[in-house]
Design a protein around this ligand. Structure first.
Ligand code: FES
Length: 108
């Protein structure tokens, strides 16, 4: 199982309410810490060119800095206009001080 996982970043690099961008195979992902648990979504907003790692986190929502649309970063659901399309999300594993995901979980 572990061999399918890829490390994205150090867990210590992510703090509560301050998401961090990580790159995987040329795609930007966003890593969040909320209530002691880590979450990963695509970093690029589904509405346009905004990067969610540059947005504002409140609770389990992230606000895109571009048009202020919002998403629940746990479920990926869009929660405020103009965003309507869901974000892709990945399950996280914390091991050896790093945050790991299975990239195949959301292979196109
Ligand atoms: S680009 Fe994110 S809300 Fe428009």
């Amino acid at each position: 199982m572990t061999e399918q996982l890829v490390a994205l970043c150090d867990a210590s690099a992510v703090s509560e309410d301050t998401p961090v961008q990580a790159k995987l195979a040329g795609e930007e992902l966003c890593v969040y810490l909320h209530d002691g648990a880590y979450y990963v979504t695509q970093d690029l907003c589904t509405h346009g060119p905004g990067y969610l790692s540059e947005g504002f986190v409140e609770g389990c929502e992230v606000e895109c800095p571009f048009h202020q649309g919002k998403f629940n970063f746990i479920t990926g659901e869009a929660t405020a206009a103009p965003c309507t399309d869901k974000l892709r999300t990945w399950k996280t594993t914390v091991q050896d001080g790093k945050i790991w995901i299975n990239p195949a979980e959301h292979a196109a």
